[in-house]
Design a protein around this ligand. Structure first.
Ligand code: NDP
Length: 281
């Protein structure tokens, strides 16, 4: 029987553990604080920010909201980030992406102090990840590893195939799998014969952002399938990058969309915020 990996339940257990740690911090007069910065009125970004703030309040983290208009200049945003870097109540800074096109994302993300970079996107944290040094790990990749671990699978020696090579998902998760001794193949839009690559995957991470692009009969028997894709469709709502029903016939374990990677991304954001609070204070 295929195991449906319950990302919601796993995220709740991570959050329950964090709540205990936060209660201990509070006895020392410390409340972890997360600054959430949103520029513009993109409905999907507004929803993500709302969910993150709600998760903070349920777990005991104080969130500080900065909702800026679409015509905010890059210098104004940059100055805000510097102000938050210097604010002792703030342990983590989250700048919701994507930013409006007139703002240089890399300049803003690099301005965030690496120790408050709870998204794990700062070049210093990405560099440390590459070198195998302790760092603030990117949330979605860290959530993916936790989901794989929850199945009891030993990653070492497995053939892992990652579809997608973005800086926020594909590349960091590939490095994390490599550091756990998987043999990693990274696929992208120029990859030849993707079905054959996927057929060899003991662990598949699908992060390409194309609804049900990965067909069920490409999936290796008894493999682990992590579907990162979040594709909003008119007729079927939110669906993943993998044909869920058909893939479930072959996989040993698979994440659903929604209810798989999404909740774990938020849980890892909270975890990074608490980690930063413990380290900084
Ligand atoms: P990007 O658009 O930045 O990257 C997509 C990657 O997929 C690129 O590397 C691209 O290749 C590759 N790709 C596109 N088409 C194909 C194809 N036909 N065959 C093979 N590879 C292909 O996306 P993100 O990494 O930001 O996000 C990926 C998905 O994950 C999206 O659906 C996003 O919404 C979702 N997501 C979900 C999160 C969650 O918490 N649940 C968090 C973050 C993302 P190339 O580089 O050659 O262009």
């Amino acid at each position: 029987m295929t195991h449906i990996i319950d990302g919601k339940a796993l995220a709740l257990s991570v959050r329950a553990q964090l709540s205990k740690e936060i209660n201990t911090l509070k006895t020392r007069g410390i409340t972890p604080g997360l600054a959430v910065v949103l520029v513009g009125q993109d409905p999907a970004s507004q929803m993500y920010v709302k969910n993150k703030k709600l998760a903070c309040s349920k777990t005991g983290i104080e969130s500080f909201s900065y909702e800026l208009s679409n015509d905010t200049t890059e210098d104004e945003l940059y100055e805000l980030v510097l102000k938050l870097n210097a604010d002792s109540k703030i342990d983590g800074i989250l700048v919701q992406l994507p930013l409006p096109s007139h703002l240089n994302e890399q300049r803003i993300l690099t301005a965030i102090s690496p120790e408050k970079d709870v998204d794990g996107f700062h070049p210093e944290n990405l560099g440390k990840l590459l070198r195998g040094e302790p760092c603030m790990e990117a949330c979605t990749p860290a959530g993916i590893i936790a989901l794989i671990d929850s199945t009891g699978t030993d990653i070492s020696g497995k053939n892992a195939v990652v579809v997608g090579r973005s800086n926020i998902v594909g590349k960091p998760v590939s490095i994390m799998l490599l550091s756990r001794h998987a043999t990693v193949t990274i696929c992208h839009s120029k990859t030849k014969d993707l079905p054959a690559k996927i057929k060899g995957a003991d662990i598949l991470v699908a992060a390409l952002g194309k609804p049900e692009f990965i067909k069920g009969d490409w999936i290796k028997e008894r493999s682990i399938v992590i579907d990162v894709g979040t594709n909003h469709t008119k007729d079927r709502g939110l669906i993943g990058d993998v044909e869920f029903k058909e893939a479930s016939l072959h996989a040993a374990a698979i994440t659903p969309v929604p209810g798989g990677v999404g909740p774990m991304t938020i849980a890892m954001l909270l975890k990074n915020t608490v980690k930063s609070a413990m380290k900084r204070r």
